[in-house]
Design a protein around this ligand. Structure first.
Ligand code: GDP
Length: 176
């Protein structure tokens, strides 16, 4: 007989990062295991849910993806209100100029994520290794310094996309 399934722990997760780094594609890969080469840009905000099953718990992510939030300051508060986790994405072939990252490092007291919250930095488009401009070590060092989780992934091939969400899920306590 199988043991009863644990009750899912609901976690709001927001996607952050510059336009076209592949935020929507990462979500689409995680939720539907799909990839669209010429994806239409997200209009407004999209909301999707997906469960992550670990040995001892089930985390149900409520994923908020939005367009037009290149500048962190312009993010609607409703977007990140009560968010417990975030995926901050960048494109490994583009210089990272995400003002969100800048804001995160310069004014940690102002960003909405409290220390107990879980933020993963994700270098997307790992399939474009030959066009890489952001060295892994540089991003990893930045993530370590900021206390962020770090993964490089490809929404296109699916490589390491699951890991992004699993690593966050592992950190979420059973009782909140
Ligand atoms: P968003 O604006 O950050 O949500 O980015 P999108 O998910 O809309 O993706 C922007 C463009 O990059 C689209 O043409 C995608 O097909 C492409 N893209 C997204 N992820 C990858 C990836 O991992 N590898 C490659 N080669 N292209 C990707």
């Amino acid at each position: 007989t199988s043991s009863p399934q644990p009750k899912p722990v609901q976690v709001k997760l927001v996607l952050l990062g510059e336009a076209a780094v592949g935020k929507s594609s990462l979500v689409l890969r995680f939720v539907n295991n799909e990839f669209h080469e010429n994806k239409e840009p997200t209009i407004g905000a999209a909301f999707l849910t997906q469960k992550c099953r670990l040995e001892d718990k089930i985390i149900k992510f409520e994923i908020w993806d939005t367009a037009g939030q290149e500048r962190f300051a312009s993010l609607a508060p409703m977007y990140y209100r009560n968010a417990q986790a975030a995926v901050v994405a960048y494109d490994i072939t583009k210089q990272v100029s995400c003002p969100f990252l800048h804001a995160l490092s310069k004014t940690p007291q102002k960003h909405p994520f409290k220390p107990k919250h879980y933020i993963a930095l994700v270098g997307n488009k790992l399939d474009l290794e030959s066009e890489r401009t952001v060295p892994t070590e540089e991003a990893q060092a930045y993530a370590t310094e900021q206390g962020l989780l770090f993964t490089e992934a490809s929404a296109k091939t699916g490589e390491y996309v699951m890991e992004v969400f699993t690593e966050i899920a592992k950190k979420i306590p059973l009782e909140q």
